[in-house]
Each structure stands twice: as structure tokens, then as C-alpha cells.
Unconditional design. Structure first.
Lengths: 554, 422
């Protein structure tokens, strides 16, 4: 079937198309050039409407054990946002940590076609994939969490060479069916199990005598040498600690030019100035990002209201449990692999710290110059639920709206921020870069986030509206792999996306030592640990898409 | 005859995956690492192969249509048991959503005690590998662990080597409440567990005093629940100097009114130890026959654990109202589906004259034959699948061991869903 989208204004940064009127043809799920003699079977007149690729969220907690604990922890939060089933949609609940079906529908209804779970514990990866298997509408994938697992730390402590680390990283990403590697509070989750309540960048994990800096360097090197496209995805040390902007700057310097993605950088950009000993480090952070081309970030913007923070960083979550609102929280140590912590949070605009957090995120968005290296996230659900993205886009694109909002927050926070003096407004093309082209490029996706010939036809069509929040919350059409799946902001067809993975090569002999380790110390057999392809595809809905890795050495 | 090794078990909840079995046609023999829970569950003979309607053997299509009719006619359909694998549970939820049914896991009355505590104040818990490698003080509250999981001590405490303990036989074991029925808790170096015995009814008080002692609050009484407060003080002191204490309880065993408050006190005392500057973790026992699987799948699909309903087209959770035993008692059920793919002895609770469909493991014997009985394969024996371990983190990949020709729970429930009239 040949489909034609006629007369749209196309924003496709991947192909340097910036607001040009252009027809798009779709056949067999992909974008094709204008066929010579064929008439379209179906034509959509989208004259004057804005056309972008489907949006991609590169950091959102949509699948995995801690998310499910977060769900079950907060029945009162679901009760305020029940979702009824329809002829085609399953019932579910929102709000902070929505159920899987509702997650997929709501993302698609905002024009998203892919989302990546950033904290897949190898030992919990089955669950992450099963949950994501119940997220409809979207392509998905996961970053596999390493760096506090005892096997890795034992290797570091034993000074194993980089090749051995590479083999273990490759084995892990393949067993867990991941598309990237994430590190959370490097070595700190392990340190908490040895009762270390904090861990600075150059502080030793007291059992292994390994520092976070060494862990970052080792994993970032492995990723580069294995040719995994997505840079090491880093949730840094000292999350939420005033003064941690310095830790972030030191971490950037620590990888010595290797590619590194610093996630939810807002939570890592705090200074200690002012009467409350809490200030913005956004200017210094943005300057460093602008200078260091090897660094990319996503923001992890906070929004005011109720949410739940769900993190692998149980060390920091334990430290912050006093802020739990409502007052209940969960921490777990997990399988000599990692951990997790769930702390409900209510960000308040009249709370000085929360108000300043809000300004810090926006300052970073506006001060980082290169839209290819910064990405739009709220670290769902940690800063806010993903459903707040259209509001966030308006804050970025509309200075007067932003300043109106700024005028309503805690007065001391208003005094402490430079936000009101920043004139920048994001352009449509920049939004398309942050949420599409750049996100696809940094996650190593081939044929996504772009509208060129041969690309997959994940396409979102919006009606132009001065109110950018209204515009981005309700697309006219969303196409997934060429099929119309959303019309006027409502799902009209339920589809199932693919799971993106990478499969770097490694020396199989790594399994010999792993088998011994599993037999001696773990609670399952090595042979039962790795996730086979059929576990993802056997339900008839799931599929796998393998993206290339180009290693420097294998 | 085939030998299969590294076989994971969905029966014991602790995720043993080192069984070896010998398969000869339909017969299975556990040849290595069996136990009193797993061996009979694997070896049980397969009897029924055909569905029955009104006690007569019928085709699967006929049985499915009759089941669909029963559920279609019901004003308040109820699905109980929920003992199956992940895909079975997915199909169960789809059917429940479509038909507006109540979903209630058969062991939720026990699990409820944990959920109520967790949803009110939270907890700090750990998982099996952490216990195996770190735990130096193991406190068991109110349950006979070795009956629950015969191989727990062998696998997770008396393991020969651990990463962070020089000598695993030096671990200390303490029982508060129920005393152990055997010697599994006796360390390889012959040290016996310290036992502070009391009746279940006294546990709320005993646990509350233990928490007070951990917090350093004054306790004026010298005795509590028949034990000396000084003995409890000793346990409190041990917890506050242990490197990695673990406090374990089985919600199902705390079978007294408002036991959730006792669970909550246990969870809070674990937090208190951590607040005092020492690491300590809780560990809830549970997860047999797909409990955690039911709660996990229901959790990610609806946001709630597995005692909820779709009657008003939306998911609604109430750990008291949607207790099917209560609903039966109140005459609130007019169509019942019981799903139990693991245990032939777990037959549906008495439903009187209520039209009942059983999707169950082959070999169920009923006091009262249900209108429809559809024997299904057992996950991990007749088909592959996924099941959660008791610590909720690890989903094990179950293996198919034989070709029985029995359908999976998922296949049967999906067929019923498609035949149901809404």
C-alpha cells in the first residue's frame, strides 16, 4: 500500500530539512521517494501542518522491577487517574507511574514512537523485557546497569585488563538484551551494601578499593572499544547533594575525552551558595558541556506536583528518604548486582529547593548550545511523569510563558536564578533535534528519528498552534512503521514496536570464569541467566532489531 | 529416555534451578537436588487429558464455549487462583479486563499483610544472593522456614563459600515465635539456632518490644509473650552490630487478625537499624505457585497487586472487598473461574451452586465436579514460561520437559476471552 502525506511542513534535522513544504510517501512501513507511475492508495491532506519523525524518549523508566514496586507502592496515586478500557484499548491507571498499556497509549498520543528504559539490571532484565513487552505502540530498548555488580568490581580490584572488561561488558549486554550500558552512582550501590553512606568520585569503595572515577573510565573505554554507539549512560555520584556540580565537572574530565552521556544532569548541577546553601551550578555545567564535544546530557527536568522517584541508586535514595511525600519508601539490595530505591516526592513551587531545581533544569536547557547533545527528559517518573512533556516544550519555546511561570515560584528562588534574563526560545527544528534526530543518533538507532528515503515511517503530524503545549499534547496523526495509529490525539490502532538491541562480539571463554562464579556465589545457573530471543518474540507481538556495533578492537 | 539438567522449579518459590530430571514419555523422575516440595510436584502423574463439561469428556472447543457462556452470563464474574506463569497471567488479565471480572490470587490473604504494610510505610528488603554472600545474622520471625522451603538453609546460608564472609558456618540464626521443626538451621559447625519461642498471638507484642529496644526506648516490663525482655535485648544488640543482618518473615504464617501491623513493625525495625548506622534488611517469604507472578503481572498491567476488579471498566484495588472468600460468603458471585496450573490439590473454594469453570493442572480431584474442567499443562513441565521467585526480582525461565499435548493456560484463557460475549 502506498500512502501519501500531502503538503506538510517538514522538520527533519537528520536530513537538514528545516520547515520545508514537502510530500511524504510511505510504502511497506518505510518512507520512499515519489513513485513514478503509482497513485497513492491513501492520501492525507496535511497542508500547513507540522511534520516530524516520531519522538524518541531516551531515558524513561517504563519497565523493570523498581518501576513495578513504585506502582504498587502508590495505589492512592492510581486512584486519581483511572483509565477505562475501550473497544481497542486495555484498562489501566496513571498518573506518576502508569501501568504498561496506559504508558504506551499515552506516549503514542503525544507523538512518541520509541522509549528506552535506562536501568535494566542484568538479573532483572527478564522482567524489564516482559513489562516492555506489555507496552504497546512504542519501540523500546534498555540500557543495562553495570558498575556496582560484584563480578565487575572483583575484576577491577584484581586489575583485569581492559580486554577482559570488554568481554564481560559485551557478554552482559547480550545476555540482558540491551542497547547500551548504564552506570548508576558508580560503585556506590555496592558501597551502600558495605554500609558506606556516601561515595565521592575519588573515594574508594571500601571493600574493593576502587573509585567511581576508575569505574567510569573502564566502562566508557569498553563501550568505545566494543563499538556500542550509545555512550556510557551515567547517573553520576552524589545525586541531589548541594555542591555536586563539581562532581559532575570532575566526572566529565575523568573520562578523558571518551564519549559519555550524563543523564538527568539537573539533579547533578547544584551549588552551595546563598542563604540556603543551595544554588544553581547550571552555568558551569552548560559551559563544560559546550566545551566538551564528547559529552551529551539529558536534563531530568522537574515539574511541580506529585510523583515518585524510582532509582537504582539506593545509597542516595536512602539518604533522601526523609523527603518522602507521602511518607513511605522502599530500598532494596539486589542479587550482588545492584539495588533500587523508591521515594514518593511532591515537588512544590513554594518550596525554595524545588523551585530552584525547576529553574536549574531550564537554565541548562537554554544555556547548552548544541541541540544534538542535549535531550528532553524528566527522568520519568523522577522529575515528573512523561505526560508533562508538552508543558515542558512550551517552557522552552515560549519565553513570555516561561517568565510568567517563573513569577509564581518561591521568591528567593526567583532571586537566585538567571532564568528570567535568558532570551532563548527553542525553534521547531531544535525541538525536532532534541526529541527525534538527536535521540536516534545518540542511541545508535538506524532508520529512526528521521524522514529520509528508506527510514522507517514513524511520523507525527501536528497542527500549528501558538500555544505549544496544546500543539504537542495532541497530534493530528501518528504513524508507526507506516500505519496510522493515532488520530486527533487518540489511539485508533494498537500496534507493537520492536526491541532495539546491540550484539558486540566477545571472547566466549569469558563464560568459563562466569560459570564458576555463578555456581559458587549466585543463586541461579549461568545457563538460566541469559535471555534468549524467543523469550521476547514467542508471544507473537515482540520482535528484535539488532543495530550494528563497529568496534575499534574486538 | 532423556536427562535434563539445570531444571528450574516454579513450585518452591526459592528458585532452585539445579534439579536434574529423567523424562520417559510422560513420566518424570527427579534424579538430583529434589526436596519434599519439588519432587512430588514434578513427579506427579498426568491423568486427565480431555476437558469435561458436566463430568463428561468433551472437545476443547466445546469446553471453551461453555466456559465463555458461564462468564458471559455472569453479572459479577470472579477469577480466583491465578496460579500460572507470566503468559497465563497475561491472558487471565485480558479476559478479566474484557469481562469486568474480579481478580484474586489464592494466597492474597497472606500477601495482603505485606502489601498493606508496604503501601503504608514501605520497607528495606534484600534478595537471595545478598543473603548468601553477606548475611551474618539471620532472624526468622514467626515461621518454620525449613517446612516452607526445605533447601533454603542448604542453598543460601550453609553454602560453602561466600564472597564476603570468611566462614559461612559462623552465621548466627535466631528464631522468634515459632521454633524450627527440624535441624536445617543448625550450622555445619553444629551451632544451633537461638530460639525465643512464643505463640503467634504474642508476636505483635514481642515484635513491638524488639523494635522499642532497637530504638532505645525504655521498656519497663521484664517479660513479654513468655520470654524475658533481656533475651530480646540481646537480639536487638546483635542486630545493631551485625554487618548485614536479615530479618525474615512469612506473611502467610502470620495468621491472626491485623497481622499487617506486625509486618509493619518488622519492616520499621529494619529501617530503624539502618537509621542507627548499621545495615540490615528484611526478607518476606512467599511466592509459591505463582503468587509473585500474579502480583507482578497484575501490578504492571493495572498498577495494583492481584486482588482487584475491572467491574466498572477501570482497575480498582481493594484488599478487603475483593476477597473471593468474602464474596462467596456474601453471595456476590454468579460465575466463577478458577485457574491453578501448578497444584492439583488446590481445588476451588466451595462455591455452592455457582457455575464454575476450572482451568487446572491435570489430575485435580473435585468434591463437587465443576461445570467445566479444562486440564492444562504445568509451566516448567509441559511448556516453557516465566515464574517469579519469592524475592520478586528474579524471573526464572521455565523449561519444557515433555510433550504432553496439553494446552497452556494462556491458550485456554485466550480462547475463552475470544468466545466471551460482553
Amino acid at each position: 500500500m502506498l500512502t501519501k502525506l500531502t503538503g506538510g511542513i517538514v522538520f527533519d534535522p537528520a536530513n537538514k530539512v528545516n520547515g520545508k513544504k514537502k510530500d511524504i510517501y510511505i510504502q511497506d512501513g518505510r518512507i520512499v521517494s515519489k513513485p513514478r507511475n503509482a497513485e497513492p492508495d491513501k492520501e492525507y491532506n496535511i497542508s500547513g501542518k507540522v511534520v516530524m519523525a516520531g519522538a524518541i524518549d531516551l531515558h524513561t523508566h517504563i519497565g523493570g522491577g523498581k518501576g513495578n514496586i513504585a506502582r504498587m507502592l502508590m495505589p492512592e496515586n492510581h486512584r486519581m487517574d483511572p483509565v477505562a478500557h475501550t473497544e481497542i484499548k486495555r484498562a489501566g491507571t496513571g498518573h506518576a507511574m502508569p501501568s504498561t498499556f496506559t504508558t504506551g497509549y499515552r506516549y503514542a498520543e503525544m507523538g512518541y514512537t520509541a522509549a528506552f528504559e535506562p536501568a535494566v539490571l542484568p538479573v532483572n532484565a527478564r522482567q524489564a523485557h516482559m513489562e516492555m513487552g506489555d507496552v504497546p505502540m512504542l519501540d523500546k530498548g534498555g540500557y543495562v546497569l553495570m558498575g556496582s555488580d560484584d563480578y565487575f568490581l572483583r575484576m577491577m580490584a584484581a586489575n583485569k585488563d581492559q580486554q577482559a572488561i570488554n568481554d564481560y561488558v559485551a557478554w552482559t549486554i547480550r545476555s540482558a538484551q540491551g542497547v547500551g550500558i548504564k552506570v548508576v552512582n558508580p560503585g556506590g550501590i555496592s558501597a551502600f551494601k558495605f554500609n558506606q553512606r556516601q561515595l565521592d568520585l575519588d573515594e574508594n569503595n571500601k571493600h574493593y578499593n576502587v573509585t567511581p572515577r576508575e569505574i567510569l573510565k573502564s566502562l566508557a573505554t569498553a563501550i568505545k572499544e566494543l563499538g556500542i554507539k550509545h555512550p556510557l549512560h551515567v547517573h553520576g555520584s552524589n545525586l541531589g547533594v548541594p555542591g555536586n556540580f563539581q562532581t559532575s565537572l570532575d566526572s566529565m574530565a575523568g573520562v578523558e575525552g571518551l564519549p559519555m552521556h550524563l543523564t538527568h544532569i539537573q539533579f547533578h548541577s547544584y551549588g552551595t551558595e546563598g542563604d540556603f546553601n543551595f544554588s544553581s551550578g547550571a552555568a558551569q555545567i552548560a559551559e563544560a558541556i559546550n566545551k566538551n564535544k564528547n559529552i551529551s546530557v539529558d536534563v531530568g527536568q522537574i515539574m511541580f506536583g506529585q510523583t515518585v522517584t524510582a532509582s537504582g541508586d539506593n545509597q542516595r535514595q536512602f539518604a533522601n528518604h526523609g523527603f518522602a511525600s507521602p511518607n513511605k519508601w522502599v530500598c532494596m539490595d539486589i542479587e550482588c548486582d545492584a539495588g533500587c530505591g523508591l521515594v514518593p516526592f511532591k515537588y512544590r513551587d513554594q518550596n525554595f529547593v524545588n523551585a530552584l531545581q525547576w529553574t536549574i533544569g531550564l537554565e541548562i536547557f537554554l544555556l547548552v548550545k548544541d541541540p544534538w547533545r542535549i535531550f528532553l527528559t524528566t527522568d520519568h517518573p523522577n522529575g515528573a511523569p512523561f505526560s508533562s512533556y508538552p508543558h515542558l516544550i512550551r517552557l522552552l519555546m515560549d519565553k513570555s510563558f516561561r517568565n510568567d511561570m517563573l513569577a509564581t515560584i518561591h521568591p528567593e528562588a526567583q532571586k537566585m536564578t538567571t532564568l528570567g534574563s535568558i532570551d532563548r526560545e527553542y525553534t521547531m527544528q531544535e525541538i525536532a533535534t532534541l526529541t527525534r534526530a538527536g535521540a536516534a543518533r545518540i542511541t545508535g538507532l538506524v532508520g529512526r528519528g528521521a524522514l529520509g528515503k528508506g527510514d522507517w515511517a514513524d511520523i507525527t503530524v501536528y497542527s500549528e498552534n501558538e500555544n505549544r503545549e496544546k500543539m504537542f499534547e495532541k497530534p493530528d496523526y501518528v504513524f508507526k512503521d507506516g500505519e496510522l495509529v493515532v488520530k486527533d490525539g487518540e489511539v485508533v490502532k494498537v500496534v507493537w514496536g520492536t526491541t532495539h538491541v546491540v550484539r558486540p562480539e566477545y571472547d566466549k571463554s569469558v563464560e568459563k570464569d562466569l560459570k564458576k562464579y555463578f555456581d559458587k556465589y549466585m543463586t541461579m545457573k549461568l545457563g538460566n541467566f541469559s535471555i534468549s530471543d524467543d523469550e521476547i518474540t514467542e508471544d507473537g507481538r515482540g520482535s528484535l532489531t539488532v543495530h550494528p556495533t563497529v568496534g575499534e578492537k574486538v | 529416555m532423556t536427562k535434563i539438567t539445570e531444571v528450574p522449579s516454579p513450585f518452591c518459590g526459592i528458585g532452585t534451578d539445579d534439579l536434574a530430571v529423567q523424562v520417559d514419555g510422560l513420566s518424570i523422575k527427579v534424579t538430583k537436588n529434589g526436596c519434599s516440595v519439588n519432587t512430588p510436584a514434578f513427579e506427579q502423574a498426568m491423568t486427565d487429558t480431555s476437558p469435561r463439561v458436566d463430568g463428561k469428556e468433551v472437545s476443547i472447543l466445546h469446553a471453551v464455549n461453555r466456559a465463555a457462556k458461564i462468564l458471559s452470563r455472569a453479572n459479577q464474574p470472579v477469577i480466583g487462583g491465578c496460579a500460572t506463569d507470566v503468559n497465563g497471567m497475561r491472558a487471565l488479565m485480558a479476559l478479566a479486563d474484557r469481562k469486568g471480572a474480579v481478580v484474586d490470587n489464592m494466597n492474597f490473604t497472606g500477601a495482603k499483610r505485606n502489601f498493606l504494610a508496604m503501601q503504608d510505610s514501605g520497607w528495606m528488603n534484600t534478595t537471595l544472593a545478598e543473603i548468601k554472600n553477606r548475611c551474618d545474622l539471620f532472624v526468622v520471625i514467626g515461621c518454620d522456614l525449613e517446612v516452607f522451603a526445605p533447601r533454603f538453609y542448604e542453598r543460601y546460608l550453609w553454602n560453602e563459600e561466600s564472597m564476603f564472609l570468611d566462614d559461612t558456618s559462623m552465621r548466627e540464626v535466631v528464631y522468634i515465635g515459632k521454633a524450627p521443626s527440624g535441624n536445617a538451621s543448625t550450622s555445619p559447625n553444629k551451632s544451633k539456632a537461638k530460639v525465643l519461642e512464643c505463640a503467634n498471638a504474642d508476636l505483635p507484642e514481642v515484635v513491638a518490644v524488639l523494635r522499642a529496644l532497637i530504638k532505645g526506648n525504655p521498656v519497663f516490663s521484664e517479660q513479654v509473650g513468655g520470654m524475658a525482655v533481656n533475651d530480646l535485648q540481646e537480639i536487638a544488640d546483635k542486630l545493631k552490630v551485625a554487618t548485614y543482618g536479615v530479618v525474615i518473615w512469612a506473611a502467610g504464617a502470620l495468621d491472626f487478625s491485623q497481622a499487617e501491623l506486625t509486618v509493619q513493625t518488622v519492616c520499621e525495625l529494619v529501617k530503624d537499624v539502618n537509621e542507627s548506622g548499621v545495615r540490615c534488611s528484611g526478607f518476606p517469604l512467599g511466592g509459591k505457585e505463582g503468587d509473585q507472578t500474579a502480583n507482578q503481572v497484575c501490578g504492571w498491567q493495572t498498577g495494583y497487586p492481584a486482588r482487584m476488579r475491572f467491574s466498572s471498566d477501570i482497575p480498582e484495588y481493594d484488599p478487603f472487598l475483593y476477597d473471593i472468600n468474602q464474596m462467596f460468603e456474601n453471595g456476590e458471585v454468579d460465575g466463577f473461574l478458577w485457574v491453578q496450573a501448578f497444584n492439583t490439590k488446590a481445588v476451588p473454594p466451595h462455591g455452592g451452586k455457582i457455575p464454575t469453570v476450572v482451568v487446572g493442572r491435570s489430575g485435580m480431584v473435585f468434591e463437587e465436579e465443576p461445570e467445566v474442567y479444562i486440564p492444562v499443562g504445568t509451566p516448567g513441565i509441559d511448556h516453557s514460561g516465566h515464574a517469579y521467585r519469592l524475592d520478586n526480582v528474579v524471573a526464572i525461565r521455565l523449561k519444557k520437559l515433555r510433550d504432553s499435548g496439553l494446552p497452556t493456560t494462556a491458550e485456554v484463557l485466550t480462547a475463552i476471552e475470544q468466545a466471551v460475549v460482553v
